[in-house]
Structures are given as structure tokens and as C-alpha cells.
Design a protein around this ligand. Structure first.
Ligand code: GLN
Length: 288
């Protein structure tokens, strides 16, 4: 016989989808009892102590009210690393791993260079910058954000991953964060800027309601930040350097056009695993 508050009863009585209830209850078990997720099954008649029970009830209610799981857990996996996340930063998305893969492929081709300089504009939790630095050991990354809340979280993540010596953060709007820095030329520029149009109904649905608006939308057509980033890329790229930006699935032709206007070359549109065009890249010309 299991008690009313056994793990088994808590899961079966929960109003959440079963996979979500299990994730949240496993989190409570880990935090309060240092137990692994497998305890959900192996100790399913265990009862929670009052503080664990209170935490479970609060997480369950907050999730029912729509808060993203990643904010409730305070973490999110991204491209092989775990990142601390909180309401001040966008939750890293699996689609954005494509941008990291493009950067890694580019960096791997520069075996003759001891250092490859990478710029991540609008880094948020630091996801792109840290995932690149984690797998490309010759990468020296500069990552920027306008939000000081985001930079606090990004710095915590860099420290937790032991990457502070190769990832440096600066505050400012896009390239303005580089004012005063001695490094102004990069091999690779990356960005996942806010590209959702202000009128897009998705902004008032699901997880997006809880994420920072400034990380999601430019409050305009969706293209204004992409335009700033692309139009100035030539000033900050080394000859032959690569810029790659994430964008909405229906924005690739507009982004290709922005890259043409900016005088970038070798423009390529990249598809994510679902077959959507999510990233576009271009290069600064190399006169040699
Ligand atoms: N990829 C996110 C979404 O569609 C948006 C992120 C962004 O605007 N950079 O939910």
C-alpha cells in the first residue's frame, strides 16, 4: 500500500503531463535527498518530507501556470554542456546548436592558427560562446550582451565550465560592446539576435511569455537587429572571416539580401534537423 504522498501517488495524481511531472519530481529528489532519477521507480513508495513536498507542490503549480521547465530547474542542456538559466536570459534552443556546429567546422579548418578569434553578439546565458569554446580549444571568444542580468548569468556559466580564460564578456549594444577593447577583428562572428516580429502571436504563447522580450523581438519587423549585425560585419571580420546568424524559418531570403547589400560573399543558407532554414552565413572578401 502506498501512502497518499508516496512518489507513485504524487505522479499519478499530478495534473501535469507525466514526462514533465517526472522531471520536476526527480529534481526535488536530487535536491532534497541527493537521489538519482531512477529513485522515482526504485523507491516509488517513499514519502517526501514537508519541505520537499512543499517544493514539489510549488513547482507543479508554477508549471501548470506555464513557467518553462528550464527556469523551474534553473538549468538547460545545450550542445553537450549544462547552462544555468533564469528569467533574465533566453532558454537555449536545440535549433541554435546548428550555429555552434557551423562555427566549429570553420574553426577546425584553421589548424594553422594557434588562436581563432570568435565574437558572439547577444550571448544571453553564454550558450553559443561557451559551447564553441568548450569544443574548440584554440577559440578565444568575446561575447556581448546589452543586459547586465544576462552577463551575470553568462559569467557564472563560464566559471562553472572553467572557460573564463577563453571567454570574455562585455556589455553593450551589438558591436558597441567592443568600444575600448583592443580586439576588433574576428575570424568568426556569430549571433542569435531577437528576430521575432513584434506582431507575432507566438510572443504571447507558451514559454516565450516568460522569457525576456528583448531577447526575442526587436519590437519591429524582426529584421532590425539582424540588419545592424550584418551591415557592420565587414568592419569587424578578418579578410575571409565568416559571419553566421540565426533567424526565423521564413527570414532567409531577407537575410541573404542583407548580406548581399553588406558586400559579403559565399552566402549560404543552412537547414536545421527539421529542414527549416535557420542560419545564414557569409564571408568578408579575401583579396589574396
Ligand atoms: N528561436 C526562438 C523561438 O523561435 C527565438 C529566439 C530569437 O529570437 N533569437 O522561440
Amino acid at each position: 500500500m502506498s501512502s497518499e504522498s508516496s512518489l507513485r501517488s504524487l505522479l499519478s495524481q499530478s495534473l501535469l503531463p507525466s514526462n514533465e511531472a517526472k522531471i520536476l519530481l526527480a529534481h526535488v529528489l536530487e535536491k532534497h535527498y541527493q537521489l538519482p532519477r531512477s529513485a522515482l521507480l526504485s523507491q516509488d513508495d517513499m514519502t517526501l518530507n514537508p519541505s520537499a513536498l512543499e517544493e514539489w507542490a510549488s513547482l507543479e503549480t508554477r508549471r501548470i501556470d506555464g513557467e518553462p521547465i528550464a527556469y523551474l530547474l534553473g538549468k538547460k542542456g545545450f550542445h553537450g554542456i549544462e547552462l544555468h538559466v533564469a528569467p533574465g536570459v533566453l532558454i537555449p534552443r536545440p535549433e541554435t546548436e546548428l550555429l555552434v556546429d557551423i562555427a566549429l567546422t570553420e574553426i577546425q579548418q584553421k589548424i594553422d592558427q594557434d588562436q581563432v578569434r570568435v565574437l558572439d553578439l547577444g550571448t544571453g546565458s553564454g550558450a553559443i560562446a561557451l559551447a564553441v569554446a568548450n569544443l574548440a580549444h584554440q577559440a578565444l571568444v568575446k561575447a556581448t550582451d546589452l543586459s547586465s542580468d544576462a552577463l551575470v548569468i553568462a559569467n557564472l556559466n563560464a566559471a562553472a565550465l572553467n572557460l573564463e580564460n577563453r571567454v570574455q564578456f562585455s556589455q553593450g549594444s551589438w558591436y558597441e560592446a567592443l568600444y575600448g577593447s583592443d580586439i576588433k577583428e574576428f575570424d568568426v562572428i556569430l549571433s542569435n539576435p531577437p528576430y521575432i516580429a513584434a506582431q507575432d502571436p507566438h510572443l504571447s504563447q507558451g514559454d516565450l511569455r516568460f522569457e525576456p522580450n528583448s531577447a526575442l523581438t526587436d519590437q519591429s519587423t524582426g529584421l532590425t537587429c539582424l540588419e545592424i549585425i550584418i551591415s557592420k560585419a565587414n568592419q569587424y571580420l578578418k579578410p575571409g572571416g565568416l559571419i553566421a546568424v540565426e533567424h526565423g524559418f521564413d527570414q532567409s531570403s531577407a537575410v541573404v539580401q542583407l548580406m548581399k547589400i553588406a558586400g559579403l560573399q559565399n552566402i549560404e543558407v543552412h537547414l536545421d534537423l527539421a529542414g527549416h532554414s535557420r542560419v545564414t552565413s557569409g564571408r568578408k572578401s579575401n583579396p589574396q
